[in-house]
Design a protein around this ligand. Sequence first.
Ligand code: ADP
Ligand code: MG
Length: 311
Amino acid sequence: MFKTIGQSLTVHPEIVRRVRESFGERKKDLLSHPKVTAWMEKEGLSPEPLSFFLSEILHWVREEEHCQACPGYDECPNMFRGYRSGPHLEEGHLYFSYEPCSLELKHQQAVRQKRLFHSHQIPREILDVGFKDLEMDEGNARAIREAVLFCKGFKERGAKGLYFYGEFGVGKTYLMAAIANRLVEDGYSVYFIYVPAFFRDMKQALADSTFQGKLWELENADCLILDDIGAESFTPWIRDEVLGPLLQYRTQNGKPTLYTSNLNLEQLAEHMAVPAKGEVDAMKSLRIMERIRSYTDAYQMHGKNRRRIER
Ligand code: ADP
Ligand code: MG
């Protein structure tokens, strides 16, 4: 007797027999796969009820095999990149669900960190640094120790930041990057900006009306790092409309600001006083300097110039 498919097609019984046979073999192969037998043994399962889940089991085994020969996150051949399907038994019910692999978890962590870590004009190779990458010497040991303590006590510290100063190339920016990365790992948002470029670009932001948004981001980052303050040319506008309100907002809201500079605090005060025209301007500079002074602990860094490329 011929099987009929639809209206007119028929399948020869020999083909039906062969399909059944090959299906039976594939089923046997699948259920004797080491991964599956190990799982059946662990869960105390017999092969029979698993017949209803053959396509799920096949999918699971295939994805496991992909993972064993993992070609890397970007090349992941699984149905959902970074996830693999796996069986679960709950109160006698079998179901399959997707679990993230370690590369996916790492990827998610990187994405989270990227969202928390904002920077402006800081070279990438500097931004990747962690405390473990820092060489310690006489000239930077104190600053590094304080940096570690800063990160450990970040939650309790409130608005009190750090001010690292010293010659070019002693590692001020590098150390700040280690702080930034540690804080981001701990789930805090950090804005790390190269001051001379940033102040220049803020003027552009004013022109294209993105200024308020940018200022808001700096005001509200958990930690703000102003790298190379004192290397810029201050204008009354930067001082009165950007830096002043920014630092005032941050200190009032208990958010720390960190600085690096080639200048010590006295020299920075002089630098800031330069564009002053009259007493009002001088007062404004003084007030900003007072805010920096009272809301930071300052540490000098010295030592050799470790910089290989000038920027
Ligand atoms: P600064 O900001 O003081 O001018 P950087 O932080 O830019 O100096 O440091 C210059 C370079 O020196 C860095 O890019 C890094 O390669 C190297 N460097 C700085 N500090 C360290 C350190 N503690 N350990 C190892 N390399 C360092
Ligand atoms: Mg620097």
